[in-house]
Design a protein. Structure first.
Length: 365
């Protein structure tokens, strides 16, 4: 299977009847959903325009359309490790780093534009993961879930703590919501070697202009909305196993640290996931970060892997995903790897899950 975006199977309108016999195609809401593990069928854009919930780059949380079929899962990456998941009328936000400052490329929306969310899952409390959780949570009334060190920070901000759920990820915690459940699993934050940190800081200093006084003030205000507590590494990073009511499983992990015993135990119990939303690197894509991502792939065994946390400031410190995807597919040729631009939807027909994940990518708008 080729990486999405590198090769594309062009299908003509009306071809779904033929593909049903040879590629596992089914029609939901007028759009064709293709099993990515059949016949090299990676992408279908010819028939993608019929469902705005799977074609528009407008987030549902900012007023965009829901998918027409309630069993369709719509996934949109919104920079760093942020995702919007939409399923069965529910909106789940994974991390909330939206107002990042003018040194970062625009996401196409502001935190104030987010008018609706039902659940916010915070992988950890660093600023580039939780900075807008309080404001978005307060405005939407969403349930906000995080580790103790994360919710301690939320308690200092403008949000009703009755909305907040503190989890440890050490087992036995299951949060039930309409149409899905969430199991928090204690992970571990990435710990890049000192030379990698130095190289990243050097690149940032030499390839980006110095901050103006206004930019420095803005950055300080944004950073104040997250925590630098050292406990984030060992007890403040949570992986979330999200299981839809039909059994479709999603694993969200927003940092590239080692796979923990808690994660191994959870995966020994469930076996595999249908979709992995996993941070690949917070600095440079190097041997260590590729190794960590491969460890995550082996642990979670996703059918589809969507990368995250590979964008950076000023458009010039983005990490390329191709070397990572190449290494993954060398080891697991059946893995579908996905990299999308901000807010571009990827939709899944979750009814075809467990043994066969049906995959459909919306047309870029």
């Amino acid at each position: 299977m080729n990486t999405i975006g590198s090769r594309m199977l062009m299908l003509v309108a009306g071809a779904c009847a033929i593909l049903a016999a040879i590629a596992g195609c089914s029609v939901i809401g007028g759009g064709a959903f293709i099993d990515p593990r059949n016949a090299g069928a990676v992408d279908n854009r010819a028939d993608a325009g019929s469902d705005p919930g799977c074609t528009s780059r407008e987030l549902v949380s900012t007023g965009g359309a829901f998918p027409r079929d309630a069993q369709t899962l719509a996934v949109r990456w919104t920079g760093y490790a942020n995702f919007e998941l939409v399923y069965n009328g529910q909106i789940i936000l994974l991390d909330t780093y939206f107002d990042r400052g003018e040194m970062y490329p625009s996401l196409g929306f502001k935190a104030a534009d987010v008018k609706r969310a039902d659940v916010i899952l915070l992988g950890h409390g660093h600023v580039d993961h939780m900075s807008d959780a309080a404001s978005v949570g307060a405005r939407t009334g969403a349930v906000v879930v995080g580790a103790p060190v994360t919710t301690e920070k939320l308690a200092t901000q403008n949000i009703d703590m009755k909305q907040v759920r503190t989890v440890t990820g050490r087992g036995g915690e299951v949060l039930q919501f309409k149409g899905f459940k969430v199991e928090p699993i204690l992970g571990r934050h990435g710990e890049p070697p000192h030379d990698v940190v130095e190289a990243f800081e050097h690149a940032l200093k030499t390839t980006t202009p110095p901050l103006t006084a206004a930019q420095a003030k803005e950055r300080a205000e944004i950073r104040a909305r997250g925590t630098a507590d050292k406990r984030v590494v060992t007890e403040g990073t949570i992986a979330f196993l999200i299981t839809l009511d039909n059994g479709f499983r999603i694993l969200f992990r927003d940092s590239g640290g080692i796979v923990t015993d808690y994660e191994k135990a959870a995966m020994a119990r469930v076996g595999r996931v249908d979709l992995g939303l996993i941070a690949v690197s917070a600095a440079f894509l190097n041997t260590l970060t590729v190794q960590r991502a491969l460890e995550h792939m082996r642990a979670y065994r996703p059918d589809v892997f969507i990368s995250a946390h590979h964008d950076g400031p000023f458009n010039n410190l983005w990490r390329p995903t191709e070397p990572l995807f190449q290494a993954m597919k060398e080891e697991n040729p059946a893995l579908v790897t996905v990299s999308r631009v901000y807010r571009e939807p990827v939709c899944f027909n979750t009814n075809n899950n467990i043994e066969r994940v049906a995959y459909f990518a919306g047309r870029k708008m």
